[in-house]
Design a protein around this ligand. Sequence first.
Ligand code: G4P
Length: 286
Amino acid sequence: MTIQWFPGHMAKARRQVTEKLKLIDIVFELVDARIPMSSRNPMIDEIVSSKPRIVLLNKADKADASITKQWIDYFKEREIPAIAIDAQTGTGLKQITALSKVLLKEKFDKMASKGIKPRAIRALIIGIPNVGKSTLINRLAKKNITKTGDRPGVTTAQQWVKVGNELELLDTPGILWPKFEDQLVGFKLATTGAIKDAILNLQEVTVFALNFLREHYPDRLKERFNIDELPNEVVQLFDEIGKKRGCIMPGGYIDYDKTSELVLREIRSDKLGRLSFETPKQFTEQ
Ligand code: G4P
């Protein structure tokens, strides 16, 4: 799902998230492990400041494992616990409840000391479109959706998803916008498939992706496209890949659109292996 964000939409999305925050104990901020900074909302720290938070680095199965580890440390250093997960297969999900209990121990102990009956931890999943929110909710739910909104006196129908006995999720996630006014962020979101191709110029996205791969993963690029020596100019690289893969127009010209589609498809479907498109180092240096 790709949403075109306008100022009105942004304000509404923020309002909706703020309303939901009143109902919950903890926020699970879902980001894409391949681009943990570019796939978050630029105002997230401020928006969720009132609640404890866990960052879930989703799609970790597609990211460079050593860089994901660096990201976990990066967030920890900023006192935000982070876990690498794969919402599709369920890897890492067990840690979520355990960590939530640790983070909320004081609050729940206090409630118990006041004689309040123990209850499940209530959580909200927040993230930009396509980061895997629905996949995660469905994976955690295992058909345990309980409708609590139709009780007499409850006006807003809010469904809770039970995750074991100790955790409940709001069934509709909080959707926030990415920092798309930054062109580099847009390129990274497009390269990983988070935003639809029609929004950005495909060839420009591919130029970004090829330059990035040439700098950070040259051997993968050589191996995948069977290139002995990477040319200095990205245009020559484009040409070589186009030629090798038969993306040729009548007259023998390289079909750049077709080549772009092919390169991006192969990156997104992990044909070049697990890739990360940003590192903590790049952000601490900034
Ligand atoms: P959203 O609710 O946040 O908008 O995202 P959603 O769950 O719809 O997930 C977006 C796409 O990401 C889905 O692919 C989903 O299968 C995939 N996905 C979610 N979590 C993971 C994960 O941990 N690992 C991997 N490899 N994929 C994950 P899709 O329906 O095929 O959409 P698309 O890939 O064609 O965009």
